[in-house]
Design a protein around this ligand. Sequence first.
Ligand SMILES: C[S@@+](CC[C@H](N)C(=O)[O-])C[C@H]1O[C@@H](n2cnc3c(N)ncnc32)[C@H](O)[C@@H]1O
Length: 363
Amino acid sequence: MEGRSAAEFMQARTHIWNHMLRYVDSSSLKCAVELGVPDAIHSHGGPMTISELVQALSIPASRAPFLRRIMRLLVDSGFFSILKRNEDDDDDDDDDDVYDLTSSSKLLINNGSSESLAPLVLFISGLEIEMAGQSIGAWIKGGEVTETPFHLAHGKGVFEYAEERPEFNAAFNDAMASDSRVLMRAVVKDWGQVLFGGLRSLVDVGGGSGGAAAAIAEAFPEVKCSVLDLPHVVAVQPEIDLVEFVKGDMFVHVPHADAVLLKWILHGWNHEECIKILRMCKNAIPKKENGGKVIIIDAVLGHGVENHDTMGIPYFLDIIIMTVSTGKERDEKEWNAIFLQAGFQSYKIICDLGVYCVIEIYP
Ligand SMILES: C[S@@+](CC[C@H](N)C(=O)[O-])C[C@H]1O[C@@H](n2cnc3c(N)ncnc32)[C@H](O)[C@@H]1O
């Protein structure tokens, strides 16, 4: 307390507590998704009491008070709303409280919805990523030199780990695909003509489950869309109409196409690796005057409108990227240096999607 007023001390303490406890936000959100709360309310067709939720989710009745406490936090953070079923009833019966979806939890309905971020929530707040996050301090200290904190925690890199563990591989691919579907629908709707109009072919390099390629192919069936990804990823993908899957390594070969899409790829690699990938992409596309381009979807730090809600996200993502890969989130100057060194003549930031930008680069 030396030299500090009590108010200053309390403010500092509150600041620390708020940050220290942030993980409870994500573990509670994960809990609700794991239990299937958004799905239950959606299937019920309207707001539910805790007893109804407990029954629908096949949770032992004795656990109801614990679920109520999780729901209280998630109401506070805007994932559910709460209202009284019998407005006139002014007794304090908890079972008059009914919980409803908000626009955020509607995006977490998982049962068959093509617009769900539930797999992303489960993966990012999952044990493997959390364990890697717990290793950041030791990794930075560098007692044992490994490429990433994920290597330190799990003895290998994230892609090798995925290759050996089908469940992790599926969770990773589902997580990427879930955000891809939601984001790509918006991109195709608002920017599709600018980005994909006039193309004859496009290859989505590191395209995972093909969610982005499928969204493009549905809206532009005349564009021949393919996905290049690692053999263990392609091997488990179901066939998708209008999308061809190709097994391969982007550091070795990228199939020819008018355009290459790199969505959430380059932020996972360091400067030199990005240059190698982009050189491969440049070899795969025609000259600019013949329509050749690479379309990149990644964060551009400091670009676009930042508001209070989105402000911290690129920095959070940067730490997750550092945890699992050799890459980083970059500002425009860093991107420009990579593009030039990979032999591209120019670039254009086409649009700003909140946290991400779409950049076209031209050979
Ligand atoms: C962060 S995910 C992005 C997936 C997808 N583009 C999306 O936005 O949903 C990175 C992808 O790159 C793939 N990948 C990693 N190394 C690769 C390589 N050497 N060649 C091709 N794909 C690779 C991974 O398997 C994974 O699907």
